[in-house]
Design a protein. Structure first.
Length: 408
């Protein structure tokens, strides 16, 4: 009984939908729902699920690159006899690794299933597991009955997690002070069709814009098998405008050539990463457009910071130049307001939340978690398209406004 569906992620500010194939044993829910939390120290998005009998809660990091991969990131390697390893149904155990200890090399580690019956779901590589999981259903408005989903695939261990992280520039979180704002960030993920209703009764499914998902024929994973396409979600970003002014870019970098270049989205990168020439041109135009704001010294990992004291705030964050990511059609663009472009790093300092990815990154632009927060993003595999809402703040709601009160 496979039913096709979509998945949505909405966290602190992050919303997401994706099309996936679900199979449930009992009744057919319209959609499934997961709470999302942003970890304030790692800046990773996590969710918690329950597996097996007796139910074991498992905390997982969300990596939307690929087919919605669930990565366990609770500390170091997962020991063979741990509840997570047992819950995963993994028969494989890495008992001894003779190389120096490090990612992918630990003694006594839960390992991938050599004969994975669910590999048709399409998650490549990693220390993988798949099992029966209990998840809440939803009608898109509130939480309904718990359902048993027999085939939830996730990765178990650290290899995949680090593989994901190495793709981007993860900032050292200790370099700047965190304010309370970052601590209680909640959101939601839906698997399945809309509506996606947020208090006070805003159905975001109705206001999505769409752009095609593009196949990158060469894997962008840290390690992959020759000939495998990328499981990341690539989109056809054709230009970037700031207050309507085009950022001069080398268009070749926006195309995918032999697997290199192009634009993808990632929840593993906390901030959008741009190839260095794109980054420099982007900052230049932004600075020009933001010249009435008071620049202050930069705060890592950001280059461009200014005082928030005399920056007026609006419902969609600080009043700063609007950034439009223009897609395949010039009238289809993803508008980024101050709430998603500016990061508050200290009391009176906000920084442009984009980072320099160096001169030769695999992918030219990686749209990161901060820019996705409080935006609803839908991955529609069936129609091979990505839907996006732009800031929900503009629609007077947030990703933390899903009603998690159960109706049963
Ligand atoms: C694993 O244990 C062996 C001894 O049994 C030791 O030589 C090796 O360094 C250990 N490897 C790691 C990764 O800890
Ligand atoms: C800077 O200019 C923008 C756009 O013209 C405006 O919205 C904003 O209020 C100005 N900020 C300051 C501090 O004057
Ligand atoms: C991206 O969009 C442009 C403009 O519509 C189009 O010419 C180009 O073929 C598209 N690229 C891909 C890979 O779809
Ligand atoms: C671009 O999008 C607009 C608005 O969605 C649509 O009316 C127009 O036909 C599209 N143009 C092309 C070339 O697809
Ligand atoms: C949230 O959902 C519950 C259960 O369906 C419902 O009783 C409650 O009124 C909802 N809350 C709001 C604010 O709509």
């Amino acid at each position: 009984m496979a039913t096709s569906s979509s998945f949505i992620l909405c966290s602190l500010l992050l919303c997401w939908v994706s099309s996936q194939t679900l199979a449930t044993t009992s009744f057919q829910p319209k959609a499934l729902v997961f709470p999302v939390t942003k970890d304030s120290s790692t800046l990773q998005y996590t969710t918690q699920i329950k597996q097996r009998t007796p139910l074991v809660p498992v905390k997982l990091t969300i990596d939307v690159g690929g087919n919605f991969e669930w990565v366990n990131c609770d500390g170091g390697p997962v020991p063979c006899d741990s509840p997570i390893c047992k819950a995963s149904g993994s028969a494989a155990c890495e008992t001894e690794c003779l190389a120096p200890p490090g990612p992918g090399c630990y003694n006594n580690t839960c390992s991938h299933i050599p004969d994975n019956p669910y590999s048709s779901i399409g998650i490549g590589g990693g220390e993988m597991a798949s099992d029966t999981t209990v998840i809440q259903s939803t009608d898109g408005r509130t939480v309904g009955k718990a359902v048993v989903v027999p085939r939830v695939v996730f990765t178990c261990g650290t290899t995949s997690l680090l593989g994901g992280l190495s793709a981007g520039a993860l900032p050292t979180t200790s370099t700047y002070e965190r304010t309370r704002k970052y601590d209680s960030s909640n959101g939601v993920i839906f698997f399945g069709d809309g509506p996606y209703v947020f208090l006070p009764n805003v159905d975001v499914a109705k206001s999505l814009m769409y752009t095609p998902l593009i196949l990158n024929p060469v894997s962008t994973a840290g390690a992959y098998f020759e000939g495998n396409p990328s499981t990341d979600y690539f989109i056809n970003l054709t230009s970037i405008k700031i207050n309507g002014k085009a950022v001069p870019l080398n268009a070749a970098l926006l195309k995918i050539t032999d697997g290199n270049g192009g634009t993808k989205i990632s929840t593993v990168n906390p901030y959008t990463v741009m190839e260095t020439s794109i980054f420099k041109a982007f900052v230049k135009v932004f600075r020009h457009e933001a010249k009435n704001l008071t620049k202050v010294s930069s705060v890592k990992p950001f280059k461009y910071c200014f005082s928030s004291k005399n920056t007026p705030s609006t419902r969609v964050g600080p009043a700063v130049p609007l950034i439009d990511l223009v897609m395949h059609n010039s009238s289809v663009y993803w508008r980024i307001f101050g709430a998603n472009s500016m990061v508050q790093v200290k009391e009176d300092v906000i920084c442009l939340g984009f980072v320099d990815g160096g001169s030769n990154p695999r992918t030219s632009i990686v749209i990161g978690g901060y820019q996705l927060e409080d935006n609803l993003v839908q991955i529609d595999m069936e129609k091979a398209r990505l839907g996006f809402s732009s800031s929900l703040l503009f629609k007077q709601t947030t990703c933390s406004n899903f009603n998690f009160t159960s109706s049963v």
